[in-house]
Design a protein around this ligand. Structure first.
Ligand code: ZN
Length: 516
């Protein structure tokens, strides 16, 4: 499973830690990397989940037969006129507000001219000097607590290009390519950050936070494997403490959050080493080679002039009145950052739990529904959601929306642990069965005979048996070796197939052995 689709494991999200070394790492070198600091900016393209395209009525559904979702407008046939999709503009406003941007009252569309087979008009309708929104920021939680405030430079709307399928898989080795124009004209939102990100790990955290926000907003499914979220990066390196940014390098072909992180780590090292050796960094675009884990020079960076941007004459400017912006603002959900804070405050959760639970809105909703139904300690609910539930979901590839254990059923099971009906150990078995069958905990416990042994005389009888069968361990306990009692408790649990309360067994064993 690619890392982007994991929503709840400890690996995903912002709370995880890992190394970013790999085969790309060079050894035995001149420059001391720690004297340098990277400045990273990310340019993210998200496909908006509108039903139709940005300038025509064609469907945006993924995986349709090639060229089945096309019309004269998105194929750029002569004489056709684009009409802007109001929903796409609304989604743009929604996102801009969530990213604390200023929505422009007046913005316009421009033609970005370039010649490539996936672009039937030979220009892309985008926004150039007057974007939909600008001047925002988001707070990204970073390792070790605290947050990095990353400024958002601009948010603008544009249309997607088609998809080239190269015979044989790669552009260099194939004798022909096929074009699928289903994606042509699908609405994209481009979100450009300022170069405020200070490490490859922060870049990963930024992307996780941004994806989380976009999913809370319901404006995109953000599936990187389906291309609905794509990312380019720019990175420069400068001596620590310097206020002047270095020469930025653009990175392309970043196909996963992990690839973004690894490519940036490689590039930060490469540039630090070059600067340390007295070399000059040349402004260029570099390609991340996933198989070799290195970046490779592609081309010198083109300037904006090369695209000969000019205003799109077939579309009127976008005039967005404040009333509409206020209307959209009123529909914004509680966003992940705010919800995380609230989970810590209201439910008394540690930062780690709160971060994992709030990354996905569905998971956060599930958790809160279970807490409300349970009425007990929220941390216990959190342990089950990010523990057993996440484990079973990841193992079976189940989305939380399809999980067969309702929040109320989890709450009922926790109540059964609290009132001693089942042991915490047996609860795992019960939960697995609930997850597999959708049955309530009562049903599972009754059908499988898993009720905890409440009768102390029955337990005392089993304790006697275990003491008789394990005289050596019993002697050790009597001789003061406290650790041996754990073994005896384990034996009783085995005999009862986990249906005993370990605390009660421990107490009965102590009583039994002190009598001798
Ligand atoms: Zn169309």
């Amino acid at each position: 499973m690619p890392d982007e689709t994991l929503t709840m494991s400890g690996e995903a999200g912002t709370a995880r830690k890992h190394q970013t070394t790999g085969p790309g790492r060079r050894t035995g070198d001149a420059a001391d990397e720690s004297q340098f600091e990277p400045a990273i900016g990310l340019e993210v393209h998200v496909e908006l989940s509108t039903e139709s395209k940005l300038f025509c009525g064609c469907s945006t559904a993924f995986n349709a037969p090639p060229n089945s979702h096309t019309c004269p407008v998105c194929l750029g046939l002569p004489g056709v006129l684009p009409v802007v999709n109001r929903k796409a503009v609304e989604f743009g406003i929604r996102t801009a507000l969530a990213l604390n941007c200023e929505v422009a009252g007046f913005s316009k569309f421009d033609r970005k001219n370039y010649f490539y087979p996936d672009l039937p008009k030979n220009y892309q309708i985008s926004q150039y000097d007057l974007p939909l929104a600008s001047g925002g920021h988001i707070d990204v939680p970073v390792d070790g607590g605290g947050a990095r405030c990353v400024r958002i430079k601009r948010v603008h709307l544009e249309e997607d290009a088609g998809k080239s399928v190269h015979e044989g898989g790669t552009i260099t080795g194939s004798s022909f390519s096929l074009e699928d124009y289903n994606r042509t004209g699908v609405p994209l939102l481009e979100i450009v950050s300022e170069p405020d990100i200070r490490s490859p790990e922060e870049a990963y955290a930024y992307l996780s936070m941004l994806r989380s926000v976009l999913r809370y907003l319901d404006v995109s499914d953000c599936k990187m494997e389906e291309g609905s979220l794509r990312c380019d990066a720019n990175i420069s390196v400068r001596p620590k403490g310097s206020f002047v940014l270095g020469t930025p390098i653009e990175l392309k072909n970043l196909n996963s959050f992990r690839a973004v992180e690894k490519a940036l780590a490689y590039e930060a090292r490469r540039q630090a080493e070059a600067l340390g050796a007295g070399e000059r960094i040349v402004r260029e675009t570099r390609h991340w080679d996933e198989s070799r884990q290195v970046t490779v020079s592609m081309r010198r960076k083109e300037e904006a002039d090369d695209y000969r941007y000019f205003p799109e004459p077939d579309l009127v400017p976008l005039e967005i009145d404040e009333g509409w912006v206020d209307e959209v603002r009123a529909t914004l959900p509680e966003l992940p950052g705010a919800r995380r804070e609230r989970f810590m405050r209201q439910h008394g959760l540690p930062a780690y739990d709160a971060a994992i639970l709030t990354e996905s809105k569905d998971v956060a909703d599930y958790f809160e529904a279970a807490v409300a139904a349970y009425g007990g300690d929220a941390k216990a609910v959190s342990n089950w959601v990010i523990g057993e539930l996440a484990r079973l979901m990841n193992a079976t590839g189940t989305d939380i929306r399809d999980a067969r254990v309702a929040p109320t059923a989890l709450a009922a099971m926790l109540n059964m642990i609290d009132d001693g009906t089942i042991s915490g150990k047996i609860a795992k078995t019960v939960f697995e069965e609930m997850f597999a069958t959708g049955k309530t905990p009562d049903q599972v416990v009754a059908e499988k005979g898993l009720v905890q042994i409440a009768d102390e005389s029955e337990l005392a009888r089993i304790v006697d048996e275990v003491v008789a069968e394990n005289s050596r361990a019993a002697d050790e306990v009597r001789a003061g070796k406290d650790r041996a009692i754990g073994f005896l408790v384990g034996q009783v649990m085995r005999k009862t197939r986990g249906r005993a309360n370990p605390q009660a067994v421990n107490r009965l064993l102590q009583e039994r052995l002190s009598r001798d």
